[in-house]
Design a protein around this ligand. Sequence first.
Ligand SMILES: *Cc1c(COP(=O)(O)O)cnc(C)c1O
Length: 440
Amino acid sequence: MFFHGTSRVNEKGHLEIGGVDVVTLAEQYGTPLYIYDVALIRARARAFKETFEKHGVKAQVAYASKAFSTIAIVQLIEEEGLSLDVVSGGELYTALKAGFPPERIHFHGNNKSRSELEMALDCGVGCIVVDNFYELQLLEELSRQRETVTDILLRVTPGIEAHTHDYILTGQEDSKFGFDLNNGQADEALQQAMQSTSLHVLGIHCHIGSQIFETTGFVLAAQKIFQKIADWREEYGFVPQIVNLGGGFGIRYTNEDDPLPAAQYVEQIIAEVKTQVEKFSLPMPEIWIEPGRSLVGDAGTTIYSIGSRKEVPNVRHYVAVDGGMSDNIRPALYEAKYEAVLANRVLDANEEVVSIAGKCCESGDMLIWDLPLPKAEAGDYLAVFCTGAYGYSMANNYNRLPRPAVVFVENGEAQLVVKRETYEDLVRLDVPLKIKVKKG
Ligand SMILES: *Cc1c(COP(=O)(O)O)cnc(C)c1O
């Protein structure tokens, strides 16, 4: 059985999460419904944070809120003492509404607008991760106007792309993000930033990919960055207070995925940074990391109601649910794979292999291909696991489907943290036509 965190089967044969029967939740809040296992999010957060503490290394673990940004999750992250990454005015607004301390917010993004940067400076975010020369100039100008000194990290692209099972070393990276470490751009950016009296370079940032299952990519990135830092100390007298190695720690979506425990990623990162620091006789910087998916991904489960079926004789059984690419676009976008069970009949034996179709008007709107299940009928509930990251945050209103509700569960209690959209919500921003259409 494919369970995470507090998920288990109860005496009724129903899926239970956080001590709450998900069939009851589906009946109370409707479907599709996102359910988050709060205890599991806390455990994931603590595993990252406590490993740094255990090794006596100064660190910030910043939750990359793009994975799932709502007021309640931001408050939970605050409760756990983590920092927060935002990549837009909207994510920043959500964080501020949640009461998150601005000094623990880091602002990312490859095209921050003037008004987004103004918003960040006005609320006093902890640092801005500068991505390109345009932003460097804009931020310098805005900081000068305000007569403040803005703390920044410089985002560099080290020429390492980490993928799930391999990594690619490239001299010149073809990426829309950051200053290239190999072609002189990063050197130029550092010089410009150091010359400004309105900017203060706290350190260097890189993010090498997502759903990474090995530590090699992080180790290589650290090596490249420290080699550059050693050069910069010689040339410009620059010594970073912070080295940020980004996020991308993998999770187990299916049994084919084999991620490392958080502690192992962190320990390897600490070990490599220590090696580099000794090699170049540098002071130990603070290490910052930015997990997104690995904090909330496997804590999320989506519950759907099963509706229609279509049999294609000798080819396939299609079983359709009441959501799809509108609440989980990852299968359509990345061919992402998921596991699922019938939430109201978890212990029933599998009798057939079906493919789970969404209800959107796209043939590509398929959630899972070839899933073994008991004979699923209309009214059964399907629970799809590991939908906590980039599910709700990428949800959309295609076909004018209202976005689902979100419920947090912990210790036998459930709390609604995002209401289900209504049809009225869908037309709330629409403005009726004023121009008279001529008839005849
Ligand atoms: C997306 C992103 C993350 C988080 O990635 P996950 O795969 O969700 O851990 C962290 N840092 C940056 C800069 C990102 O763009």
